[in-house]
Design a binder for this molecule. Structure first.
Ligand code: SF4
Length: 274
């Protein structure tokens, strides 16, 4: 019987997509034989770090100096991220260079500040990367690290937003709102009420998509409970699929992937948009 005390959205999603990957990654903590290539997600991670500091270090108080200051920080934050996120720049799909990506982060600064201003997503009481926990029953807790919680004292509004670096705007509506409903539940359990607004902020598209803060609470609670009991019962069968396997760091050592990869028609890296 697997011992597990906490679950978060990415763990639940991992378990739903492929229970075997969840086991290898989160229970056994296996190191993949070929390290994961961070090429696809490093830009988004650096942007997220940049705006975490924008909020928590109050860079927004720099006024007109804020954009040039943040742009000047982009190379350092990129290098800091490269210390733990390994990028294989020689991969066939790696069309952008490191310098291209740093320029992309700098552009993201201007775009990000515009969207934050337009949607009023900053206040003195805002916080970023807030860790929240809620007991679901006597057995386990849901946990989450919320990108941004913005509190406006003048309107008494509380807003949760999660930043997304989605490239293809057509994919925005298909981003999974269960992540937000877990944050909404955590907000209610920690602060006594649901957020007034709950949304995904799409850095590249000047868009925030909002969802009803309560609509999915029951569904995510049931999802978490069912997943928890299946994990406890050691249900860890592989579940190969095109979407799960393409980004899986274990595909080079996974028998299920080797058996199914031709049938799954896994595309080449440069055909993928995200
Ligand atoms: S390669 Fe596919 S089937 Fe194998 S562990 Fe990863 S996601 Fe699961």
């Amino acid at each position: 019987m697997t011992d597990i005390k906490t679950l978060d959205y990415s763990g639940l999603k991992d378990y739903e997509d492929c229970p075997q990957r969840f086991l290898w990654s989160r229970i056994e903590k296996r190191k993949p034989k070929i390290p994961e290539n961070a090429y696809y997600w490093i830009c988004g991670t650096v942007k997220q770090k940049m705006f975490e500091l924008f909020v928590n270090e109050r860079w927004y108080l720099k006024g007109k100096d804020c954009v040039p200051f943040m742009e000047s920080m982009a190379p350092k934050l990129f290098e800091d991220t490269l210390k733990w996120a390994k990028v294989d720049w020689s991969a066939s799909y790696a069309k952008l260079t490191k310098e291209d990506m740093i320029q992309e982060v700098k552009k993201g600064v201007k775009d990000g500040i515009k969207i934050i201003k337009d949607h009023r997503l900053i206040s003195a009481a805002s916080k970023s990367e807030i860790k929240l926990t809620a007991n679901i029953n006597n057995w386990f807790s849901l946990v989450g690290k919320v990108d941004f919680i913005i509190k406006h004292n003048d309107t008494n509004e509380s807003i949760i937003v999660d930043g997304k670096d989605t490239v293809d705007s057509a994919k925005m509506p298909s981003v999974d709102p269960r992540q937000l409903w877990i944050y909404s539940l955590l907000h209610q359990r920690n602060y006594g009420d649901y957020p007034n607004k709950l949304g995904f902020l799409f850095w590249r598209h000047d868009t925030v998509l909002y969802y009803d803060a309560k609509e999915g609470i029951e569904a995510v609670t049931e999802w978490a409970k069912k997943s928890f009991w299946d994990i406890k019962k050691d249900k860890f069968e592989p579940k190969p699929s095109q979407s799960a396997c393409f980004f899986c760091k274990y595909k080079n050592e996974c028998d299920a992937y080797k058996t199914e990869s031709e049938l799954l028609n896994i595309p080449e890296g440069d055909e993928i948009t995200f």
